[in-house]
Design a protein around this ligand. Sequence first.
Ligand code: FMN
Length: 419
Amino acid sequence: MEFPPGHAVSEGSELHPLRQQTIFDNGWHYSAYAEPPVNCVIRLSVDVTLFDETTLNELSLDNRVGLAPMTRVSATDDGRATAEMAQYYQRFAEGGFSFLITEGTYPDDAYSQGYLNQPGLVTDTQAAAWEQVTEAVHDAGVPIFAQLMHAGAQSQGNPHVDGDQTIAPSAVQPEGQKAEAYGGSGEFPTPKAATVDELAEISDSFVNSAENAIDAGFDGIEIHGANGYLLHEFLSAEFNQRDDEYGGKPANRVRYPREVVAAIDEATPADFVVGIRVSQSTALDETHRWPEGEDAAAVFFDELSAAGADYIHVTEPDATTPAFGDDGPTLAEAAAKYADDETVVIDNGGLGTPDAAREKVDAGADLVTLARSALANPDWPDKVEAGEELTAFDPAEFLAPSASLSEHEVPTDGASADD
Ligand SMILES: Cc1cc2nc3c(=O)[nH]c(=O)nc-3n(C[C@H](O)[C@H](O)[C@H](O)COP(=O)(O)O)c2cc1C
């Protein structure tokens, strides 16, 4: 069988289509992260698309495959990154990923923290602790972005508040249970609706965290506007029931995320990358959609890129399927269509086989990111480029009974970044 130059041939076992319908059923519960076996052999060693060099803002990237953000609840109790986290991130940089995005990192000491042992970027001490991570990754010649995440109504562990208090656009309780692998249990509380003054404080905290990210040596930040957390809740017609200028039609629902993007963009140097992650589905409900469909996407992507986003990172359980019904564009295609031409589009979700990742790049995504397949293969790009077999992701190896870093990922006898 003939294949176009640079296109891989898989053989050796069946390549299963990714079956991801349960991924988001139970938050980031490990059992929801079973991935079908990936057991393919890539024969051609050079891939002309995935392994093209490219640029993002002023950064040169060795290829088009980055690490997706993954919460691993392994920071200290007071939100400091650790030497083990530096070791963990360095493996992906050394394994050929051309850029890394960190786990969601909380930006304030009020309502933003989502998980116990989540890292923060609120204080100078937390920023200083991240330096060992950024240095370890830079030693491998790879840029790293901090994902700034306000957990909104989906917070499930926050020592900064008394009891179980959360904040969101409106007092709408998320359905579903907290994930035990991430230290939570039971139902989510009904959040309080944020006042306009509180929104201004949260926006200031995002800016402060972005400035701390610069001090920590990060090359950029990613604003978490996906998966049902605070900024996504603003985009949602279900979680955003506001009757002020931040609620109602799509142009109002995107107003607050747009303000956060603009505030960070204004406060940071031009070469500092500012991205935003966007999804329709939430961590608790993969069927969650914008009722206006593509019309909402048109407004959201246009406004977010106009506000100064250097990239838009879309994620869906299955990035290959139409986003707004049985046919029509995927979310990445919609982002490319409605964002400014210079805004980079990053695609994510179920792209862990080389064929799936390559198809997205061929279809116009500037970059792709991998999460579960990267855990199983921290050297995914190097392996694929060399034609080596990929390891299947087994959630039990990484996320059970706790999602925190496992001994096999960060061996204690291995050299850590600050040894
Ligand atoms: C262990 C784990 C933790 C995650 N934590 C985050 C997170 O902190 N922020 C985020 O935006 N997405 C998070 N995600 C979602 C991933 O970034 C990604 O969107 C999802 O796993 C689909 O990509 P994949 O098919 O390559 O795994 C997490 C996923 C996993 C598996």
